[in-house]
Design a protein around this ligand. Structure first.
Ligand SMILES: NC(=O)C1=CN([C@@H]2O[C@H](COP(=O)(O)OP(=O)(O)OC[C@H]3O[C@@H](n4cnc5c(N)ncnc54)[C@H](OP(=O)(O)O)[C@@H]3O)[C@@H](O)[C@H]2O)C=CC1
Ligand SMILES: O=C(O)[C@@H]1CCC=N1
Length: 266
């Protein structure tokens, strides 16, 4: 099964590297990339063929990983070369399957995916939704691609903007918390390297605890919070600074931005 990736930036290269790690034959993968220096880099690094978008559009499965703003231009370029029976998988935030279907021939199936960057270490979280001409076999192909780099769930497409706000952008919020805790450690007088090691291992350990025990995060937080102790003092400050409310409004903003990304594209 041949797979083309059009748009090999951060997310496109993440998917490409995951497919290679998972044992896909580089001979069955092609990348659509215009910049010659980048094409050379990808050829050297992964042993894949780097071709024009038009050439890439001949693959059985074509994965679009360009920015939402570039999507209609790329669709316009490849649409005359797509044929019924192919599968088009879009990883772009905010771009609906209906918008994509307007630009391509009838009979080309579309799957919308929201992945995230932990896919780079095979701990990705991807949510997939079917377009209107998509059957179970198409969904399984898309699932197979994303399962190479982590977990995959199916969601109704109307949930994709919320998914984008939670797991798509989510790694950035956690890195922001990590940065903030490291700065706090430095503020408290710890060497930066020590603060970094303490925070990174605390995040990894806490994530493992959540996943491996399946215990509710509230219970896990209560287990850390000794009566009248240090954690209670810190959590009170986080509540006073409305950090919980800030998370909700931040994710509403991400959801709204996802909804508006396709504005002006038709
Ligand atoms: N980064 C993330 O965490 C996530 C990203 N996504 C989605 O993935 C998509 C890509 O995002 P990201 O990887 O961050 O962005 P990048 O800017 O890193 O990647 C976009 C890539 O598309 C290339 N490109 C632009 N126009 C064309 C074209 N006409 N033909 C071929 N390639 C083209 C760009 O090349 P050049 O640099 O030469 O312009 C660039 O390499 C977006 O739609 C985003 O919503 C989804 C989930 C998570
Ligand atoms: O910031 C963005 O728009 C993309 C989509 C989800 C994560 N990164």
């Amino acid at each position: 099964m041949s797979v083309a990736i059009i748009g090999a930036g951060v997310m496109g290269e993440t998917l490409l590297s995951g497919l290679i790690r998972a044992g896909r034959d580089a001979a069955d993968l092609v990348v659509g990339e215009k910049r010659t220096d980048r094409a050379e880099e990808l050829r050297d690094r992964y042993g894949v063929d780097v071709v024009s978008n038009v050439e890439a559009a001949k693959a059985e499965t074509v994965v679009l990983v360009v920015k939402p703003q570039d999507m209609t231009e790329v669709l316009g370029e490849i649409a005359p070369h797509l044929r019924p029976g192919q599968l088009l998988v879009s990883l772009a935030a905010g771009i609906t399957t209906a918008l994509i279907e307007k630009h391509i021939p009838d009979g080309v199936a579309v799957v919308r995916v929201m992945p995230n960057t932990p896919a780079l270490v095979d701990e990705g979280m991807a949510a997939i939704s079917a377009g209107s001409h998509c059957d179970e076999a198409h969904l399984e192909i898309a699932e197979g691609l994303l399962a190479a780099t982590g977990r995959v769930v199916r969601v109704p497409e109307k949930q994709q903007d919320a998914v984008t706000a939670i797991s798509g952008s989510g790694p950035a919020y956690l890195f922001f918390v990590v940065e903030s805790m490291i700065e706090a450690g430095v503020h408290l007088g710890l060497p930066r390297t020590t603060a970094t090691e303490l925070v990174v291992q605390t995040v990894v350990g806490s994530a493992k605890l959540l996943r491996e025990t399946g215990t509710h995060p509230t219970v896990l937080r209560e287990q850390v919070t000794s009566p009248g102790g240090t954690t209670a003092a810190a959590i009170r400050e986080l509540e006073d600074h409305k950090v919980r409310a800030a998370f909700i409004t931040a994710m509403e903003a991400a959801r709204d931005r996802s909804r508006s990304l396709a504005e002006g594209l038709d």
